[in-house]
Design a protein around this ligand. Sequence first.
Ligand SMILES: [Zn+2]
Length: 131
Amino acid sequence: MTYYADLTPYAYDRDWAADATRLWQGAPVVNVGRLDRGRPYEQGVVPSELAAVLNRMRHTHRTRQTRGFHFCPLCPSPTSGSYASHPYGSAEIWVRGSDVAFAAPELIAHYVEAHAYLPPAAFVQAVLATA
Ligand SMILES: [Zn+2]
């Protein structure tokens, strides 16, 4: 997966992002949670229900399903025989905030649970508002 800093304009899907006037639910789309190995990211304490809500959103807010899948870049690399249990994702979660829409990889739930990732406050607020 390609790394993008939090709250930068969404550009992962180049076909879609090529038109800069494209909005989602009336708002510009920004990246959240596009973490990668070797890139620093915010860590901290999140509301206790955040991971559970994000895991539910993997089903309720799932979008942009890809044909392949992506292993967690922060966990030790999978070895043969461990692929089935290695965290992975193959889609995104999109949620509308007050001023922007957030596009996150579905692995964001795992990043919060297993890697102490602290998403931007506006994203956390938008996610919890869906619960
Ligand atoms: Zn991981």
